[in-house]
Structure formats: C-alpha cells, structure tokens
Ligand binder design. Structure first.
Ligand code: NDP
Length: 284
C-alpha cells in the first residue's frame, strides 16, 4: 500500500517558510505585495481569489484586490496592469483566469512585467524554465516537484512520464523534471500505447482532466504518482485523474485528491511573491 503524500501538510510547511521570509523582509521595512485581479463573477474564480488573499494574510504578504465587472474592456484591464507594473510597492501581479471571452488572455499575460509574473505564465519566464534558469516557476508544476522532493524521492535518472501537455501543467512539469535530471516522456491525446509508456514510469504525473484515467493496469509496482487532476462530479465531489483506490495498492507514494497537488498551487504562489519581492529589492 502506498504512502500518501500529504499536500496539505507540505503546503503548510511552504507557507510557513514564506511567512518567515516575509518577517525577515519586514525587518528591512519591506512588505511583499501581491495584486490579485479578478474580472467577472465566476464563482470558482471568486473562491480561488479569496483563498489567495487568505494565504497572503497568513504569510504577511500585503494583497491588493481588484474585482472588476464582467464587461470591463480589454483596454481598461491593460491600463490597470500598466499601473501595477509601474507601482514600485507591488511585487506580483496575478490575473485570475479564465478571463471573459472578449478579452485576449495572451495579450493580458504578455503585458505583465516578467519580474512581477508570479504565476510564471509569461513567455519570458517559460523560456527561462526551458533553459533551467527560471526563478518564477509556474505554481502547480513547481508544486508537483516539491511534493516529490519533500517525500524524499530522488528524481535523478528516473523514468518520468507526464500525461498531458498543456502550457500550464504538462509542458512545464516535464521541463522541471528534466531540470531535476529525470528522463521525461510526455503523453497526450495522440500518443499510442499510453498504458505501455506509463507502465515504464518510476514517476507518473497525471494532468489529463479525465476522472480516474490512470488505472491499476497502467502502472508498475513501486511507482510514485502525482495526480494533478481536479474533476468535479455531478455530486460536487472531487475526483483526480488517477483511480486512487486501485493504483494506491501498487504505488510506493501517491497524492490524494483533494489534499494533494491542489493546496500546493497557492503555497508556491506565496513563495513566488517572496522571490519576486526579494529580486526587486536586490536581496539574494
Ligand atoms: P488541459 O485540458 O489544458 O490539458 C489536458 C491534456 O491532457 C492535454 O494535453 C490533452 O492532450 C491530454 N489528454 C486529454 N485526453 C487525453 C487522452 N484520452 N489520452 C491522453 N491524453 C489526453 O488541462 P490542464 O493541463 O489545464 O489540467 C489538467 C488537469 O489538472 C485538470 O483536471 C485540471 O482541473 C487540473 N489542474 C489542477 C491544478 C491544481 O492546482 N491542482 C491546476 C491546473 C489544472 P492534447 O494536448 O492532445 O489535447
């Protein structure tokens, strides 16, 4: 039976570390500050934004909140980003996605200064990630790596299989595993014999968006499984991309859903706010 990787506990550790760093910065009269921008009234986004503000409060990071109506124009949003880019006291800018359809998401993300891009989505930061030099790494992928490393699992030389190639999870997590000296294979909807490829994995990351996609017969004994999936059923219950009940019988380590990767995203965001603040204040 697998050891459960406790994402709640590990994310708490990371938030505690961010809190300590924020306290150190406050001794230098510096308060890290994150601006959170929400456009529209999507209930799930409102919950995410509220949780981000709560985490900021816990860590001692000042949060600026911009809740804009759904009919906000692209030009108005870009003007706000320009203002936050120019604000020396604001270290990080997070625009909650998805944006309403009339706003070009790419244009908005490109407008955020890379040094304030605490989500790690700006192509400049993605480029740095691909050459192994990123300081602001996409939060969910970086969270996956922390879960593996803090469980005492060494990635070096391991066969790492990522199922999913999205820009926000699959591709960046693959690049991070490569930076950690893993041997990485990425699968997607056109991949042939996914089962065969997954069965070769020492470390398996599932970021597919299909409930229980990874089945017991797709993994080998002792595999380390990180389940990024968050799938909400008709009963409102969350299910991951991995058939936890059966896969956990073969795995050595596995993340649950909820309580695995989910809480890590905000914790890594807090870490990124501290990194951005220190860099902007020329602190090592
Ligand atoms: P996307 O829908 O953007 O990407 C899904 C990926 O899975 C695609 O690359 C797609 O392939 C691949 N895929 C789809 N169907 C199959 C299939 N039958 N066989 C193999 N591959 C397939 O999703 P995201 O990456 O944004 O998210 C993935 C999951 O992670 C979701 O459940 C999401 O809710 C969750 N998530 C969780 C976060 C967290 O904080 N824990 C943060 C972000 C996401 P192709 O490219 O060929 O279409």
């Amino acid at each position: 039976m697998a050891e459960i990787i406790d994402g709640k506990a590990i994310s708490s550790q990371i938030k505690e570390e961010a809190k300590l760093e924020a306290a150190e910065l406050s001794k230098k009269n510096i308060t890290p500050c994150l601006a959170v921008v929400l456009v529209g009234d999507d209930p799930a986004s409102q919950v995410y934004v509220r949780n981000k503000k709560k985490a900021c409060e816990f860590c001692g990071i000042r949060s600026l909140s911009y809740e804009l109506s759904a009919d906000t124009s692209e030009a108005e949003l870009l003007t706000l980003i320009d203002k936050l880019n120019a604000d020396k006291d604001c270290n990080g800018i997070l625009v909650q996605l998805p944006l309403p359809k009339h706003i070009d998401e790419n244009k908005v993300l490109l407008r955020i200064l890379p040094e304030k891009d605490v989500d790690g989505f700006h192509p400049y930061n993605v480029g740095l990630l691909s050459i192994g030099k990123a300081s602001l790494k996409a939060c969910t992928p970086a969270g996956c790596i922390e879960l593996i490393k803090r469980s005492g699992v060494d990635i070096t030389g391991k066969n790492c299989v990522v199922v999913g190639r999205s820009n926000i999870v699959g591709k960046p997590v693959g690049m991070l595993l490569l930076s950690e000296n893993g041997t990485v294979t990425t699968c997607h909807s056109k991949t042939r014999d996914i089962g065969g490829i997954c069965r070769n994995a020492d470390i398996l990351i599932a970021a597919v968006g299909i409930p229980k996609f990874i089945k017991e017969d797709m993994v080998k004994e002792g595999v380390v499984v990180i389940d990024v999936g968050i799938n909400r059923g008709a009963d409102n219950k969350l299910t991951g991309d991995v058939d936890f009940e059966n896969v956990s019988k073969k795995a050595s380590y596995i993340t649950p859903v909820p309580g695995g990767v989910g809480p890590m995203t905000i914790a890594m965001l807090m870490k990124n706010c501290i990194i951005a603040c220190k860099a902007q204040n020329n602190i090592e």
